[in-house]
Design a protein around this ligand. Structure first.
Ligand code: SRM
Ligand code: SF4
Length: 528
């Protein structure tokens, strides 16, 4: 299965411990670990292999683990949300959850002794956290309004679920794909606005019509399918937008293409240096033609060349607010969750709203917000009076609305700065002083790993350490020019090492000069 041509001497320490014992083996040892306690556990099991079941040791809060779930297409039921709420609630103030930039959720405060009970609860409601960390495929993103949007081209829900089932063996864990050279991201866009940031995934599918001919379309009608993008990724050393594979695939072949690409990556991806192990490095080494041929050989058939153009021709929507669904008389409501942070009571309340007003369904977006679908016209007015909407607004300020932040120093040991609380305080201060005419997307990320995707933002802030007056301070590198939706492209770093304590006036200036913001004071003077 794994590349036998890689010599043991060239293996990095991660490859060595994976070769000694597959991460998934941990699954059968959970009871043992729970009885043993975290301090007595083997260090590699505790700090690395547990990630194969989505359990992350947090050096910042030793003994209190993080759990990363899988949420295919970002969708969960209210019963699942209740179980997640019960899990974090048992940890009191230490329990919380974060909606992630991959349409997913992470739980905080988890104790190792509770894992058997937590996994039983997950099983009972069909939740899984398997293969959500380390060298596995991350949560697969799909259109957050799939099946609701009157303008959608393809309802991505089933495909995303099928891919997840294939690579996790329906949530049980699948050793075929549990030892990739590195993490791997997959996204499927179903609408015209690329709600999933297809361009920053290792493998992405974007809607595209193929001119019909031959078997695909004997009547010469245009056939729906996806153009395939490959190799997008961010890392501390290198960031790349995905490039076209020059291949088009019909929906029914998407799962097989995912399998073929993953097999090629698994068996040939570079494993010597973890900074050079993502899919794009293999594509660099081989060239796109050889890579494509190898994928076709695994697939057992040729791929059609890409359709001449894809259908991503809208600006990206954020889904905050209330919108009509394609089903008559129904609406979806996008609630803004500040930096994605939730507590137990919030989660119970969201579950209740989905049950009372919707159809027990909740969705996450890659902007770390939630969508409650299927609210009838008749119930909408009452829904809008719910107290929770005062905190989780459907109409937040124009900066608040688009704020995204990674975990940062509160829980992440890679972090060079505190992010979430700082991001919220900064936005509040800027909104107090400025007036905006349109949203500006500000993304914070605590270190160059770029989990908060600063390169896709209008203004991206990447944590760093900087010097001022002989002191080392928390600072940021500033990125600008990220474009999402149609013609998506990555932003670049425009300035480095700004101390966080000096950031507010600099951001204010950028917002005024580049995004049409105006000082409230000036507007008042002119108006008076
Ligand atoms: Fe990430 C590692 C959090 C999305 C690139 N990421 C980590 C770890 C696991 C590091 C650690 O062990 O502490 C962080 C856990 C902190 C914590 O306690 O929460 C972490 N990443 C996150 C999340 C939670 C950020 C968020 O606040 O939303 C996101 C979880 C997504 C999920 O549900 O699976 C998250 N990470 C991303 C993204 C964005 C995306 O996927 O669109 C990226 C950039 C895209 C990419 O991967 O190409 C990203 N995370 C990384 C990297 C750099 C990868 C590389 O190739 O070098 C690391 C470090 C690593 O893997 O070695 C990393
Ligand atoms: Fe942690 Fe860095 Fe990722 Fe933020 S960007 S969650 S600080 S690894």
């Amino acid at each position: 299965m794994t590349d036998t041509t890689t010599t043991t001497t060239s293996l990095n320490k991660f490859e060595k411990f994976k070769a000694e014992k597959d991460g998934l083996a941990i699954k059968s040892e959970i009871e043992k670990f729970a009885a043993l306690g975290w301090e007595a556990m083997n260090e590699i099991d505790r700090e690395h292999r547990l990630k194969w079941v989505g359990v992350f040791f947090r050096p910042v809060t030793p003994g209190k683990f993080m759990m990363r779930l899988r949420m295919p297409n970002g969708i969960l039921t209210s019963s699942q949300m209740r179980v997640l709420a019960q899990v974090v609630q048992r940890y009191g103030d230490e329990g919380s959850a974060d909606i992630t930039t991959r349409q997913n959720i992470q739980l905080r405060g988890i104790r190792i002794e509770d894992l058997p009970d937590i996994f039983n609860r997950f099983d009972a409601v069909g939740l899984t956290s398997v293969q959500s960390g380390m060298d596995n495929v991350r949560n697969i993103t799909g259109d957050p309004v799939a099946g609701l949007d009157g303008d959608e081209l393809y309802d991505t829900r089933e495909l995303v679920q099928q891919i997840q089932d294939m690579l996790t063996n329906k949530g049980e864990g699948n050793p075929e794909f549990s030892n990739l050279p590195r993490k791997f991201n997959i996204a499927i866009a179903g609408g015209r606005d690329n709600s999933v940031h297809a361009e920053i995934n290792d493998l992405a599918f974007v809607p595209a019509f193929q001119e019909g001919s031959g078997e695909q379309s004997p009547t010469h009608q245009k056939v729906f399918g996806f153009n395939i993008l490959v190799g997008g990724f961010f890392s501390a050393k290198r960031c790349e937008a995905a490039i076209p594979l020059n291949a088009w695939v019909a929906p029914e072949d998407v799962v097989a293409v995912c399998r073929a690409v993953l097999e090629v990556f698994r068996d040939h991806g570079p494993r010597a240096n973890r900074q050079k192990s993502r899919l794009m490095w293999l594509i660099d080494e081989w060239g796109l033609d050889k890579f494509r041929k190898e994928v076709e050989s695994r697939l057992g058939k040729s791929l059609l060349p890409a359709a001449a153009k894809d259908e991503i021709d809208w600006e990206k929507r954020d889904h905050i607010g209330v919108y009509k669904q394609k089903q008559a008389g129904l609406n979806y409501a996008g609630l803004h969750i500040p930096v994605g942070r939730l507590y137990g009571e919030d989660m119970f309340e969201i579950a209740r709203l989905a049950e009372v007003y919707g159809t027990d369904e909740i969705r996450f977006t890659v902007e770390q917000n939630i969508v409650i679908p299927n609210i009838s016209d008749l119930r909408l007015a009452t829904f809008l009076t719910e107290p929770l909407l005062e905190r989780f607004s459907i109409d937040p300020g124009l900066l608040t609305r688009s704020l995204v932040s990674c975990t940062g120093a509160q829980f992440c040991n890679f972090a060079l700065i505190e992010t979430k609380n700082r991001a919220l305080a900064m936005i509040k201060a800027l909104e107090e002083d400025l007036i905006f005419t349109h949203p500006v997307r500000i993304h914070w990320t605590g270190c160059p790993n770029s989990c908060g995707q600063p390169q896709v933002a209008d203004i991206g802030l990447m944590g760093t350490k900087t010097r001022k007056n002989g002191k080392t301070l928390e600072g940021v590198d500033i990125y600008m020019g990220g474009k999402v939706g149609k013609d998506a492209h990555l932003g670049t770093c425009i300035t480095k090492g700004i101390p966080c304590e000096d950031l507010q006036p600099i951001l204010q200036d950028l917002l005024i000069k580049n995004f049409g913001a105006k000082l409230k004071q000036e507007v008042l003077v002119v108006g008076s």
